[in-house]
Design a protein around this ligand. Structure first.
Ligand SMILES: C[S@@+](CC[C@H](N)C(=O)[O-])C[C@H]1O[C@@H](n2cnc3c(N)ncnc32)[C@H](O)[C@@H]1O
Length: 276
């Protein structure tokens, strides 16, 4: 007779077999290795995260048939992983061209558990977009999402589009944080009590000083009521943030300017408090 499983309310990791989950991270330093390029994943969208990030988040903080909302879905990495792992996924992307291309890519991914994945074209800072996300959730019979993923632009490090409302076009750090704060608030509205949220974000330099975007965004999430569960640091391999062949030049600039080159970004984990 098979021994009964033991699970938390938020993950289908079998705690009776906890030693066997070799690929599931529980430590704060994330060395994930090269990008998983299993089709249809590809590294062709400048600014997409590696699939191992949503894989880790979904494995630890969701169960089969749970619903995941990604408010900055880009080329759909989260939704492709949702299909692979049997989670429903709703993405929001402001750029219609990227939304269309990502929809094609997501639909080409195997869907062995027959889950629902949909990308909405919209501005995640807008109330109207949240209302549409709620309509999608209702269509799935879920009053709220089980998990939220936020991978916003790291302010103006990469300009994603010319569209008003795109966070990468915010005129100042304060304006960026104001927009991000609204999305954090929307995330809190759509997420169920006790649900988990992951924020993937990096810092930047401007005017010869470090702007700790990660910690500023973290504070906005705390301000809207989330509980902070983890600050994970992920190594950036081969400097995905655009150092490229000018690596030596950047080293020279770092030495001259008295700064350090970014080799990390954050995966911060939050939890919405349970109903009182
Ligand atoms: C860092 S990328 C996310 C990449 C995604 N994780 C992936 O793997 O493809 C940020 C995305 O947010 C989109 N974006 C920027 N502002 C937005 C907004 N207000 N609402 C929705 N999407 C937005 C950008 O067009 C871009 O595709």
């Amino acid at each position: 007779m098979q021994e009964q499983r033991k699970e938390t309310e938020f993950s289908d990791i079998d705690l009776k077999q906890w030693k066997q989950y070799d690929d599931v991270l529980v430590e704060t330093l994330w060395l994930l290795g090269p990008r998983d390029k299993t089709e249809p994943h590809a590294g062709d969208y400048w600014g997409n995260f590696i699939p191992q990030i949503p894989y880790q988040v979904l494995t630890r903080f969701t169960k089969r048939d749970h619903v995941v909302v990604d408010f900055f879905s880009g080329m759909g990495t989260t939704l492709i992983e949702c299909r692979r792992l049997g989670r429903h996924g709703i993405g929001v992307e402001i750029d219609p061209t990227i939304a269309r291309r990502s929809t094609e890519r997501i639909r080409s991914a195997p869907n062995p558990y027959d889950v629902y994945t949909e990308v909405l074209v919209g501005d995640s800072t807008a109330q109207e977009t949240v209302d549409r996300v709620k309509t999608q959730l209702a269509g799935l019979g879920a009053p709220q999402a089980d998990c939220v993923i936020l991978h916003p632009p790291y302010h103006d490090i990469i300009t994603f589009s010319e569209i008003n409302g795109d966070l990468s076009r915010a005129g100042s750090t304060e304006a960026f944080l104001e927009q991000f704060g609204r999305v954090a608030e929307h995330a809190s509205t759509v997420l169920k009590p006790s649900g988990f949220m992951a924020l993937v974000i990096g810092d930047k330099y401007a005017n010869a000083q470090l702007v700790p975007l990660g910690f500023y965004c973290m504070q906005r999430c705390i301000d809207v009521g989330f509980t902070l569960k983890a600050i994970n640091v992920k190594e950036i391999q081969n400097n995905e943030r655009g150092k490229g062949r000018n690596g030596n030049l950047w080293k020279y600039r770092a030495l001259v300017g008295g700064f350090y080159l970014f080799k990390h970004e954050y995966i911060m984990v939050f939890r919405k408090p349970a109903h009182k």
